[in-house]
Ligand binder design. Structure first.
Ligand code: SAH
Ligand code: SF4
Ligand code: F3S
Length: 466
């Protein structure tokens, strides 16, 4: 008997991603699943059989943004593309659920971050029944089903903004148990569930085999990775902490050149992570360590569970382990009750620590979180003033830090070639600074020695050292 292969026309999917790296990783994951279902990527909504919006709920107006995008898509569908299907994924999908589907009738599929592995099935059910599909909620932490939630990322081209084939993300844990009083993540991503070391190493090896040189391990709090796996386990395990164990094992993957991780929570940060930086050159010389505020009273009310002095202690461990360590951080201004004096402590911390860059945000009340119920909310104008002052200070420091690089020799892993200027390549130094260099030969995926010749706020410029 002969089988006639059924050559079906490819379907087109447009993927739009908001929010953090976990969402970028989820988008890559969903795209890979869809490619398995005969979809290819498009950049054009008019042309898309499916539009997938992967949403973020971290700050205000999140739902509003999604609804306004859905409104525009309704017009596109009406005028150009009547068969367009729309799927909404991510943290707004989880937080708003059915309410969002009631508000926007053009959503065909709604899938929460804990259920993305169901996406192909939901699409197919929608097609066969014509009915709208919804799946939200989390896996039962007892059954530790995260391995089933994540398909193994292997060769899918990272088509999601910001990522290249050279630098890929690997999720190590979902969710968060910390409940910082400002933060919605524990509600949109559920409790922390870790993947196994074996799975993470195997995914890393697959990605490296398909051309990746740099892997960034992702979790909301990578330092508490694996603590859930240890619970109830009677096996004699390694004496190291699970996250540190993971770092050493992933760093061993042959062909991997750089290993990064984010986000590190200072509360669970231990001296052995600093030691890992000095033991494992692949870890580079950079860490993102969110502090949120430079004042202990504010930190206490945020429930960050570390003091400013303890935060400095961690910086000292890292600077001792790697003298040229570069740092970045997240900061919130105008947290409820924050006075001018308390904000001044944040400015002093930033002035003294000398981050390479910061992400600063105005506090945004999130319904359901403890801080949203605090009665001493800070007026919007004060938040704006503080944000401007903080960014102005950091801009000066960023420029100074970058200019201090002039004349230095740095090892740079090149990630991509500029589309607008062929022959111009962009990469990152070990300290994670963006660097551009010109070359007649292709530098993508190569690690080169570079002499820094110029610097501005956003990037360094360098000459290759033969
Ligand atoms: N898990 C990470 C943070 C993830 S959210 C950590 O603990 O460091 C990323 C950043 O968004 C936070 O570090 C914080 O600075 C900011 N953020 C979170 N909730 C916020 C809110 N309600 N208002 C303003 N900024 C917020
Ligand atoms: Fe949010 Fe805090 Fe968890 Fe980070 S550690 S995700 S800020 S609750
Ligand atoms: Fe946003 Fe969800 Fe990430 S709320 S920041 S996409 S975990």
């Amino acid at each position: 008997m002969t089988t006639i292969s059924n050559v079906t026309e490819k379907q087109k999917v447009l993927v739009e991603t908001w929010g953090c790296q976990m969402n970028v990783a989820d988008s890559e994951n969903m795209l890979e699943m869809l490619e398995g279902e005969n979809y290819v990527l498009t950049n054009d909504a008019e042309d898309a059989d499916l539009v997938l919006l992967n949403t973020c709920h971290i700050r205000e107006k999140a739902t509003h943004k999604v609804l306004s995008r859905l409104g525009r898509l309704r017009e596109t569908a009406k005028n150009h593309n009547p068969n367009m299907k729309i799927a909404v994924a991510g943290c707004v999908a989880q937080a708003e659920g059915k309410k969002l589907m009631d508000q926007a009738k053009n959503i065909d599929i709604l899938v929460g971050p804990g259920k993305i592995s169901e996406l192909p099935e939901l699409i197919s059910k929608n097609k066969t029944t014509g009915k709208r599909q919804l799946s939200v909620g989390f896996r039962d932490p007892e059954t530790k089903k995260i391995n089933k939630t994540y398909s193994q990322s292997t060769t899918a081209k990272p088509a999601i903004a910001g990522k290249t084939e050279i630098s890929r993300y690997v999720n190590i844990a979902q969710g968060c148990n910390n409940f910082c009083t400002f933060c919605v993540v524990p509600f949109t991503r559920g409790r922390e569930i870790s993947r196994t070391i074996r799975e993470i190493v195997s995914e890393t090896s697959n990605l490296v085999a398909s051309g990746a040189k740099e892997i960034t391990l992702l979790g909301q709090n990578v330092n508490s990775y694996g603590l859930d796996l240890l619970q109830g386990s009677t096996e004699e395990g390694s004496l190291r902490e699970p996250f540190v164990d993971l770092l050493y094992q992933v760093a061993d993957v042959p062909g991997l050149e750089r290993l990064r991780f984010t986000t590190s929570n200072p509360h669970d940060f231990s001296p052995s992570i600093a030691t890992a930086f000095s033991d494992l050159p692949k870890l580079g010389k950079y860490i993102h360590l969110p502090v949120q505020s430079g004042n202990d009273v504010v930190l206490e009310r945020m429930k960050r569970k570390v003091t400013v002095a303890e935060y400095w202690e961690r910086i000292d461990w890292l600077r001792k382990a790697v003298p040229e360590m570069a740092f970045s951080t997240d900061l919130i201004v105008g947290f409820p009750g924050e006075t001018d004096e308390q904000f001044a402590d944040t400015l002093s911390l930033v002035e003294k620590l000398r981050y390479s860059f910061i992400y600063a945000f105005k506090y945004s009340p999130r319904s359901g979180t403890a801080a949203a119920r605090f009665t001493d909310q800070v007026p919007e104008e004060a938040k704006t003033e503080r944000l401007n002052a903080l960014n102005l200070l950091q801009d000066r420091i960023t420029i100074e830090q970058n200019q201090n690089e002039i004349g230095n020799h740095r090892e740079v892993l090149f990630h991509y070639e500029s589309k607008k200027e062929p022959g111009v390549f962009y990469g990152r130094t070990e300290q994670f600074r963006l660097l551009r260099a010109q070359s007649e030969s292709d530098l993508v995926g190569k690690t080169m020695n570079v002499r820094v010749t110029e610097a501005n706020k956003t990037a360094l410029v360098g000459d290759l050292i033969p």
